[in-house]
Design a protein around this ligand. Structure first.
Ligand code: GLA
Length: 395
């Protein structure tokens, strides 16, 4: 009897002790997370650098659970992507000394995204970029979309693909690849047709993040999917991107009106601040571009093969980014609307020109500009295009 009593007491005491212990360690982890998110993510990066994909719970959005997936290749390059908005939250790449830092703007917690930063890392749709006055006519019917950018429609409307929860496909722990799917219902945000979209992210061992976009529809619809990552190759928003060297393989661009809608012209870049056919520093001529760069470039390509569209190098970190695409255009945006009101997890203000976007796309306002390549997906067709972001270093 005595022995049983003793045993029970010992059991209760040890249960109590272990409960206390796990509480303490939980709290410590949470506290550390809150105090230093940046450090936590860097730690995760180095601790977890086995080739493959990991998944973690990442809270809730729109009443649904969301997740964060981290893809790692054989060289330890890592890309994290959330099923909320199909958002790239970090892209960790080495500089010329081997130091790994994220080269995109992003947050470690879902709360950063629920505050709706301007499309940081998001998958944008149904129509990336602008549709004039939120109207277009297709097969004799006029459709009206949200005007969420002054008088124009921008990036899919009030609740674009950047603000919905996507469904992740099965993952294979050893393969750094993630597929996200989203069914956009007929009339969602005013667009026609049930549109089934799958976006597949693959991190290759030659340090390319490849994005495959696929979609089908049951009614003709405009479609222009893109990714809206904001890059700062130095890994630190205290540095602007104005000294970065940029090449865009485009002899022409699409000039815009005061509301950023293309005039319909394909204007030569030669002799203008838009000539990046040979590398120029982003800041060299930006003062001559009112508001900064926010323009679509007409890529020099004859077909839809995967070709180099743009290249950026940051001499100080030695990081180089190359953008390959099968698309006809690319939007070059210099973070003109960033104004310091959004802060990084470390509390650094994200100021104007501290990041650039290179959004591969069809030309803005194509649904209202018959002379531009068509952006209409027909029922029975499969939309498929590819963009790759390749990272490397220079000496
Ligand atoms: C795109 C647009 C810009 C701006 C950003 C988001 O790149 O072209 O004008 O709206 O998205 O702020």
């Amino acid at each position: 009897m005595k022995a049983i009593k003793l045993l029970t007491t010992a059991l209760i005491v040890s249960l109590f002790l272990s409960a206390c212990h796990s509480n303490t360690s939980d709290e410590t982890t949470r506290e550390d997370d809150n105090m230093n998110n940046e450090a936590a993510s860097t730690e995760a990066t180095t601790a977890n650098a086995t080739k493959g994909i990991t998944q973690k719970d990442w809270g809730n959005a729109n009443g649904k659970p969301v997740h964060l997936f981290t893809l790692t290749n054989a060289n330890g390059v890592q890309v994290s992507i959330s099923d909320y908005g199909g958002t790239i939250t970090s892209f960790v790449a080495p500089d010329k000394t081997g130091k790994k830092e994220s080269i995109v703007l992003g947050f470690n917690n879902i709360s950063g995204y629920l505050a709706h930063p301007p499309y940081f890392g998001a998958t944008v749709g149904r129509y990336g970029n602008r549709i004039a006055k939120g109207k277009f006519t297709l097969n004799g019917q006029t459709y009206t979309l949200a005007t969420n950018d002054g008088q124009n429609h921008l990036h899919g409307g009030n609740v674009g693909f950047d603000k919905v929860v996507w469904t992740a496909g099965a993952i294979n722990a050893n393969n750094p690849q993630l597929s996200l799917s989203y069914l956009s219902k007929d009339n969602e945000e005013g667009y026609p047709g049930n549109l089934n979209t799958t976006v597949t992210f693959t991190l290759t061992d030659d340090n390319a993040l490849r994005i495959d976009y696929n979609a089908t529809t049951d009614k003709a619809t405009p479609l222009n999917l893109t990714n809206h990552s904001y890059f700062n190759l130095s890994g630190d928003v205290n540095n602007t991107i104005l000294n970065d060297w940029l090449m865009i393989d485009a002899d022409r661009y699409t000039p815009v009106d005061s509301t950023l809608i293309p005039t319909g012209q394909l204007a030569p870049v030669k002799g203008t601040p838009f000539d990046f056919t040979t590398p120029h520093q982003i800041g060299e001529r930006i003062a001559h571009v009112p508001g900064g760069y926010d323009h679509n470039f007409v890529l020099n390509k004859k077909d839809t093969s995967l070709t180099l569209a743009a290249q950026v190098t940051d001499s100080s970190s030695g990081r180089k980014l190359q953008v390959y695409t099968t698309q006809p255009g690319i939007q070059f945006y210099t973070g003109n609307f960033l104004n310091g009101s959004i802060k990084t997890d470390e509390g650094k203000p994200i100021n104007k020109h501290t990041a650039f976007c290179l959004e591969t796309q069809h030309f803005p306002n194509s649904p209202n500009t018959p002379s531009f390549p068509t952006s209409i997906l027909q029922p029975g067709q499969t939309y498929h295009y590819v963009t790759e972001y390749r990272v490397s270093t220079i000496k």
